[in-house]
Design a binder for this molecule. Structure first.
Ligand code: DGL
Length: 257
């Protein structure tokens, strides 16, 4: 029988990925986990993030998930050090589908990457792109204010525009930019406006959703679940922004408090 698709993030940013997965695989049950108790991941140590990955993956496995999407760049960047051999699950990270698209595009020679401190410090995009295409120059920039800014609803308007301009102004001339955080699709239009459409933008949701190889049969629809480790009205409100429609968040006791 077909299994559910598990998707997890530090919080609700990964709902941008869940939304694209749901569109491309509408008959699949989704079980989402947002570790809102421990967000943000962007300034956490690799060790801590790896311990969260282990716990959440085991939780999703128990919920019947065989395919699990790590819908967070910060978590995806430290995934290599996580041993999950005892679980019969297939993990998809949000970095490789974007890297594959970039390295297969002949016209890209200078690419920028923006993301959290954890993602940028890991150098993961640069290393993976350059291991396949040494002729591409990669310019990485940590943009730690963007995720909290988006979560607080500053997406359109002066404040968002100022922060975006301040950060992107630091990058040299590029012909493509990777939005290396699952929050950033929400400000894609504003980033595009900064470049007047002259820089190609790459983000993960559609690329990740279409990279999922789900071979088994589709079962009759089962209800999706959206778990969080800390539940407040603010998360409920913001979740709609990321998923595109209202979702009912459920409190999980995985990390008890
Ligand atoms: N969604 C996370 C990512 O893609 C960013 C938010 C955080 O720092 O937890 O890296």
């Amino acid at each position: 029988m077909a299994k559910a698709i598990g998707i997890f993030d530090s919080g609700i940013g990964g709902l941008t990925i869940a939304s694209a997965v749901k569109k491309q695989h509408p008959n699949r049950q989704i079980v989402y986990f947002g570790n809102t108790l421990h967000l943000p991941y962007g300034d956490k140590s690799s060790k801590n993030i790896q311990s969260y990955i282990k716990a959440i993956t085991a939780f999703l496995y128990e919920q019947g998930c065989a395919d699990i999407v790590v819908a967070c760049n910060s978590a995806s960047s430290v995934l290599d050090g996580v041993a999950l051999n005892h679980l019969d699950v297939h993990l998809t990270n949000v970095i490789d589908p974007v890297v594959e698209t970039i390295v297969n595009s002949d016209s890209i020679k200078r690419v920028g990457v923006i993301g959290t401190k954890r993602t940028i410090d890991s150098d993961v995009y640069s290393a993976r792109i350059r291991s396949k295409r040494s002729d591409i120059d990669v310019f990485s920039l940590a943009t730690p204010l963007l995720a909290p800014m988006i979560e607080e609803g500053f997406i359109h308007g002066d404040i968002a525009e100022k922060v975006i301009h301040e950060y992107l102004g630091e990058l040299p001339e590029i012909d493509a930019l990777i939005l290396g955080c699952t929050h950033y699709p929400l400000i894609r239009t504003e980033i595009d406006a900064f470049y007047n459409g002259s820089v190609r933008l790459f983000d993960a949701p559609e690329l990740v959703a279409s990279s999922l190889k789900l071979h088994d049969e589709v079962p009759p629809g089962r209800e999706d679940h959206f778990y969080v480790s800390d539940l407040t009205p603010a998360f409920e409100k913001t979740a709609k922004l990321f998923f595109g429609e209202q979702v009912k968040l459920e409190k999980s006791n995985l990390f008890r408090y």
